[in-house]
Design a protein around this ligand. Structure first.
Ligand code: ADP
Length: 189
């Protein structure tokens, strides 16, 4: 399954919980990039140029990383992908990877929240974590990219009839309950 949501929607937090409860591997492209930035790997050095400005890492780089990850053994019984695809080019790539792996998507979950709430949360998070991409100008840019590019991704999955939307506003536990119920409903649909 996929979890999609704007920056600050809590998708990372919910992805960890879903992964624990369903016993599937969670793969976060943002986490993989951050680990590479920290380790100063070639991938990290390349990705950092984009991440600090809130830009997407180029599709060619991201696609290769995700392809390598999704063809590993621990993913073969299912996975939860957080933060990918974010562009329609990435949707096509994922279709291709899944076809190669003889796999398919069951559920695409979108967490929703309005921009004012998201900016408030992200500025709060900046104080706690010091993430270098959590400042007002970069946050606005990441939100613009979400609206400009990732909403087209969501539309593609809606057309396929596998999209389920969950309100991301509320207590973390409350949102987890909504998410788990939505997954149950989607699985039996
Ligand atoms: P957020 O959703 O808050 O922006 P993430 O941790 O998911 O945070 O991603 C952090 C950054 O990593 C993004 O701003 C982008 O630079 C990069 N990134 C993550 N996933 C992708 C992707 N699928 N395509 C391009 N860049 C990505």
């Amino acid at each position: 399954m996929l979890i999609i949501g704007p920056p600050g929607s809590g998708k990372g937090t919910q992805a960890e919980r879903i992964s624990e409860r369903l016993g599937v591997v969670a793969i976060s492209t943002g986490d993989i990039f951050r680990a590479n930035v920290k380790g100063e790997t070639p991938l990290g050095i390349e990705a950092k140029k984009y991440m600090d400005n809130g830009d997407f890492v180029p599709d060619s780089v991201t696609n290769k990383m995700v392809r390598d990850r999704l063809l590993q053994d621990d993913v073969q019984d299912g996975f939860l992908l957080d933060g990918y695809p974010r562009t329609t080019v990435q949707v096509d790539e994922l279709d291709d990877i899944l076809a190669q792996a003889e796999s398919r998507l069951d559920v695409v979950l979108q967490l929703t929240a309005d921009d004012d709430e998201l900016v408030k949360r992200l500025l709060g998070r900046a104080l706690d974590t010091g993430r270098s991409d959590d400042n007002t100008a970069v946050i606005r840019h990441r939100l613009d990219l979400y609206h400009g590019q990732t909403e087209a991704v969501v539309a593609r999955y809606a057309e396929r009839g596998i999209l389920t939307q969950v309100d991301g506003i509320g207590e973390i536990d409350e949102v987890t309950d909504r998410v788990m119920k939505a997954i149950e409903v989607a699985k039996t649909a």
